[in-house]
Structures are given as structure tokens and as C-alpha cells.
Design a protein around this ligand. Structure first.
Ligand code: C5P
Length: 228
């Protein structure tokens, strides 16, 4: 098959990094500016964790979890600007449920498993549609779209990420202490970076942006300048 038939001539911007580094917001803004599609790969791991929890499947049962990941019936519905994309699991709106802190932590447990990652690989590549894709995750530039022409790796201090997450959860009506979030972020970082399968790391050809002291507008400008 040629690159065109494979869709490899469709541009992809990969944005990888730890949770709270600002990837999600920047992905939405950049995709809005460019008119490109979005892949929120974290949502796929969150949906797998949520579906597993509901089916009472243990988070270390690789074969069952891979089956769940492969057969997830999901829809991402476009939203109005500034609103999160609506996510449906088996037709049910789970937008809020997948954003909960516990679902994020469970997602990082199922994401450790090679079978689960393999089950989600092609699903993620199918998001590569014209005119382009902004792919947000941990291994977008290293594993899922290694040939992407544009790659960003976003980082920020754990303290800054805990504070951002606190504000986000508060807006959702969840009040979790910053110290607790900091501990969870550090545990999740260790799990994401230390795992054997597709660990969180910058692709060799990625541009690293430290967002600790940058406004979202500045980060957006930096990312767009790579594409211009
Ligand atoms: O980005 P988000 O916080 O929604 O991701 C939830 C979890 O899913 C992460 O902590 C990580 O363990 C996992 N994940 C992953 N690979 C991706 C995206 C997310 O392992 N590409």
C-alpha cells in the first residue's frame, strides 16, 4: 500500500507529556485553529478502565481487559467551543465519569498492560483523517504515530500540575487536597514512566516545552509556530 492509501500523508501533530502539563487544553486550541481532528488517547484508557470497573474485571487481568478495549463501543461527540467533547460508552454519556480522579488512576493501571495497548493501537491510528490530526497522549510520538511530522513533549513541575488539577476538579465539584493530588501525580508519573510497554518519554525528534511558567496563549503560539 502507498503512503496515501495508508493515510500517512495526512499530517499529525503529537502532543505527549505527563498529566497536568497542559496537553489537553493546548490540543483543543491548536485543533480548533487548524481545523484538525483530535485524538484524546487518554480517554480510550479511561474508558477501558471504566468499562472494566463496571464489568468487575480486575485491573491485572490482561486478556479480559484487552477484550474490553478491543470491543469498546464509544463515540466522541463534537462540543461547543470551551466545552469538553462529549464521550459516550455503550450509548451512555460518561463525559464526567471518565474525568474522575479514580478513573484516571485506574486508567494508568490498565495502561501498563501490553495487551491493552496493542488492542487500542489501530483504533488510535484510525483517527488519522484529513485534513490533519492533533494526538494527545503519552506515546503518540514514540509508538502510535512515529512518522508524525510535528511532535511536542510538554512538561511542567509536579507542584504546578497538582495546582492546575485542583482548580479543574474544583470546577467539576470535586474537592481534593493539593497535597493528595501531588502524591497521586507523582505515583502516576512513576507508573507511566517506569512501565515496560510504551513508557512516557519524549520522542527523539520532539520539541520539549516546559509550561510551568507559561500562559496557555504562549504555549499555543509556540506549538503553532512549529507548524507554520
Ligand atoms: O491523559 P489522561 O490523564 O487522560 O490519561 C490517563 C492515563 O492513561 C495516563 O495516566 C496513562 O497511564 C494512560 N495513557 C497512556 N497512553 C496514552 C494516553 C494515556 O498510557 N497515550
Amino acid at each position: 500500500m502507498t503512503d496515501t492509501e495508508l493515510g500517512n500523508d495526512i499530517p499529525v501533530l503529537t502532543i505527549d507529556g505527563p498529566s497536568g502539563s497542559g496537553k489537553g487544553s493546548v490540543t483543543q486550541l491548536v485543533a480548533g485553529r487548524l481545523g484538525w481532528h483530535i485524538l484524546d488517547s487518554g480517554a480510550l484508557y479511561r474508558l477501558t478502565a471504566l468499562a472494566a470497573e463496571r464489568a468487575q474485571v480486575s485491573f491485572d487481568d490482561g486478556p479480559s481487559l484487552a477484550g474490553i478495549a478491543r470491543n469498546l463501543s464509544i463515540e466522541f461527540l463534537p462540543s461547543s467551543p470551551g466545552e469538553p467533547v462529549k464521550v459516550l460508552l455503550e450509548g451512555e454519556d460518561v463525559t464526567e465519569a471518565i474525568r474522575r480522579e479514580t478513573t484516571g488512576n485506574n486508567a494508568s493501571k490498565v495502561a501498563v498492560l501490553e495487551e491493552v495497548r496493542a488492542a487500542l493501537l489501530q483504533r488510535q491510528r484510525d483517527f488519522r483523517q484529513a485534513p490533519g490530526l492533533v494526538a494527545d497522549g503519552r506515546d503518540m510520538g514514540t509508538v502510535v504515530f512515529p512518522d508524525a511530522p510535528y511532535k511536542v513533549f510538554m512538561i511542567a513541575s509536579a507542584q504546578a500540575r497538582a495546582e492546575r488539577r485542583h482548580a479543574q476538579l474544583k470546577a467539576q465539584g470535586e474537592d481534593v487536597r493539593i497535597a493528595t493530588l501531588l502524591r497521586e501525580i507523582e505515583a502516576r508519573d512513576a507508573r507511566d514512566m517506569g512501565r515496560k510497554a510504551a513508557p512516557l518519554k519524549a520522542a527523539e525528534d520532539a520539541v520539549t516545552i516546559d509550561t510551568t511558567d507559561l500562559s496557555i496563549e504562549l504555549v499555543l503560539e509556540k506549538v503553532l509556530s512549529l507548524i507554520d
